[in-house]
Design a protein around this ligand. Structure first.
Ligand SMILES: [Fe+2]
Ligand SMILES: [Fe+2]
Length: 413
């Protein structure tokens, strides 16, 4: 029940109605702001004092929500606050020590640090200076540590493409993907660290290729192609002058364009003649090149690049390494644009390790073809989904003019 009472009758425990601006007319003026709202429970003498100061003379109280005037209605004890139960944490997927999202933040920072180190090392090498091996090893260790905490985070970031003359980003991507394959192969951490430094430097020989060839926007003339291909042997030469470089590191520089069928370069090695790490780097190198845009070709969506590599198993690449590669990246790598059975369109934003067919996706186009401002993330492997969803088609973002990376970032934060 509502009733009007004088301000002097107002007591702690009464519920005051919101219509207080009326009451404050000619009184508090600018203090009215104090009184706006949907009404409130008077809980202290101080509130009453402030209402008086605001010029209130009469107020309306609601006795159904608080104490009545002149009565001894007790203030209802507030209901105990029940803390929401912590959502039960799912166990981490096999081989992952931290959550994907948690590692992603660290992986981004790591990538930025490594990028700076590598750019400066490549620039030093380009002018014939010596590279700081300690810094390169430290950069390789940072990436390896991230991969060993949660490999999927660093791999996810390889979708973010940039181009620079000495291809620092390409080298980081090749490093991460090679490490992901090596990790799936069960490599130990110290070998992984060696692999990291080696793959960061796999194209170091490009610093010896004349810039007009290196930066040529179009396809190469035969003599230019020949020079460009020499970056493999140039790489070996550069590394030879570096202290503490192992034979395996030099093999990665020279063999990362060799193919299983002997049609690679520079030495047309075939089969077992190619070191396992050389082949791992070759798979990663081709994948990054296929998924990167060039002046003369658009970027191939990750799923299609994966398919191309898969169809070349036992031809250009060892089958067991291709299988490890698919295991490491998932059948729908992060950044893939997919259509669901619900007609929604989504971007793959997180893999489900051990379940290459059912990643986590961010839905950003509804079944009614409406663009969502914020994508909502669905785990396709959820055993109790609100609605059954599965991938029915992989789409080419260039055909739909969709900025996949933008949506990827929105999903992963
Ligand atoms: Fe290369
Ligand atoms: Fe490369």
């Amino acid at each position: 029940m509502k009733k009007s009472i004088g301000i002097d009758k107002l007591e702690v425990g009464m519920f005051m109605e919101a219509d207080v601006k009326e009451g404050a007319k000619g009184g508090g003026g600018k203090n009215n702001v104090l009184l706006a709202g949907k009404g409130f429970l008077i809980t202290s003498e101080n509130q009453i004092k402030r209402l008086r100061e605001a010029g209130m003379q009469n107020v309306t109280i609601d006795t159904s929500k608080g104490k009545d005037s002149g009565s001894a209605v007790a203030i209802q004890a507030p209901k105990p606050i029940v803390m929401p139960r912590e959502p039960r944490k799912k166990p981490l997927p096999e081989g992952r020590k931290v959550e994907y999202k948690d590692e992603l933040k660290k992986a981004r920072a790591t990538r930025n640090v490594v990028q700076k180190q590598l750019k400066s090392a490549l620039a030093d090498a380009a002018i014939g200076g010596s590279m700081d091996r300690t810094k390169l090893d430290a950069a390789g260790k940072l990436i390896t540590d991230s991969v060993f905490r949660n490999v999927d985070a660093m791999v996810g970031l390889t979708r973010l493409k940039e181009h620079d003359p000495y291809t620092a980003n390409h080298c980081i991507n090749v490093c991460v993907i090679t490490l992901a394959v090596a990790f799936a192969d069960g490599v130990d951490q110290s070998t992984a660290e060696m692999l990291a430094t080696a793959t960061l430097l796999h194209d170091i020989g490009k610093t010896k290729v004349p810039l007009e060839i290196l930066n040529k926007p179009g396809r190469f003339e035969p003599h230019e192609l020949e020079e460009m291909r020499k970056h493999t042997t140039y790489g070996r030469d550069v590394l030879m002058d570096m202290p503490g470089v192992t034979e395996e590191m030099m093999l990665i520089a020279t063999q990362h364009h060799e193919m299983l069928n002997g049609e690679g370069y520079p030495n047309h090695l075939a089969g077992e003649e190619i070191h396992r790490f050389g082949q791992m780097t070759a798979v990663a190198d081709v994948y990054d090149a296929l998924t990167s845009a060039r002046v003369y070709k658009p970027a191939l969506p990750p799923h299609f690049a994966l398919g191309k590599i898969y169809s070349n198993r036992n031809i250009e690449f060892r089958e067991d390494l291709v299988n490890l590669f698919v295991k490491a990246l998932g059948l729908y790598p992060v950044g893939s644009l997919v259509q669901l059975n619900t007609n929604e369109i989504a971007v793959v934003c997180e893999p489900n390790p051990g379940n290459t067919l059912q990643p986590k996706v961010g839905v950003f186009v509804t079944r009614y073809k409406k663009l969502r401002t914020v994508p909502f993330v669905v785990d396709l492997a959820d055993p109790n989904p609100s609605e059954e969803r599965k991938i029915v088609k992989v789409m080419d973002p260039t055909k739909y003019n969709i900025d996949v990376e933008k949506f990827m970032k929105m999903c992963t934060g």
